[in-house]
Design a binder for this molecule. Structure first.
Ligand code: SAM
Length: 215
């Protein structure tokens, strides 16, 4: 899988599809995070082109941030966006790694962010990666998760199914993602030490954003 070939167009691709709702989902808990426990070191996994990173870095000027992505081109776009916005990147580490094989330092991060990341993988891969991130979290860490879902019934379900068929066909073709449908990420996280704190849905329930806490 590689998002590098579409890194420069990723924002455009979003804006002609459901970009506004994606951004709402990413940023839906930002204020809650600002009002919650201090965040010393955040890990942004599969952050892509910096759509969360930029507003997060602006809102949390004293937080160390590690931005992890497999795609060097995505990391470059994200870094350029920060520099163009005048953000000092000295406290921000850009780390090119494959999270499906990487082992992380334990007890390091007090915020884990996985936004539209797990939808690239099958359930078995998510089950393997989640414990690595859980071990990398501090005892009082929070976890911010956003992803796609298929609503239970009605026109919303039909709409989401159609969108997901289109989006998976596109990303399987251009980014060679292995997944064919959304894995049960919330069920997998429910089996960890993280407990749901708040949950919002967007775009007629096709997107969700969930904040978890551990304390
Ligand atoms: C669908 S994009 C989502 C980007 C961003 N989080 C957002 O909200 O738009 C998935 C991102 O995960 C990255 N990615 C895919 N597989 C990865 C892996 N195995 N390890 C780390 N990053 C990966 C891609 O390069 C891409 O930037």
């Amino acid at each position: 899988m590689s998002y590098s070939s579409i890194a420069r167009f990723y924002k455009l691709i979003e804006s002609v599809t459901i970009g506004g709702s994606l951004l709402d989902a990413r940023l839906g808990h930002l204020q809650r995070l600002a009002e919650g426990p201090a965040i010393h070191h955040a890990l942004l996994v599969g952050e892509g082109n910096g759509s969360f990173l930029l507003p997060f870095a602006q809102q949390f000027p004293n937080t160390r941030i590690t931005v992890l992505d497999e795609s060097p081109a995505m990391l470059r776009v994200a870094q350029n966006r920060l520099e163009a916005a005048g953000i000092d990147t000295a406290r921000i580490a850009f780390w090119q790694v494959d999270m499906t094989t990487e082992q992380l330092p334990e007890d390091r991060y007090d915020l884990i962010v996985t936004l539209f990341f797990f939808d690239n993988f099958d359930a078995a891969t998510v089950r393997r990666v989640v414990p690595v991130l859980e071990r990398a979290s501090t005892a009082s860490a929070q976890w911010l998760l956003s992803d796609f879902q298929i609503p239970a019934s009605g026109w919303r379900r039909l709409r989401a199914r159609i969108w997901l068929i289109i989006l998976y066909a596109f990303f399987r073709c251009v980014a060679k993602i292995p997944a064919r449908t959304v894995p049960p990420v919330e069920a997998i996280l429910a089996a960890t030490s993280f407990k749901q704190v708040a949950r919002e849905t967007y775009s007629a329930e096709m997107l969700y954003s969930t904040l978890y806490g551990r304390a």
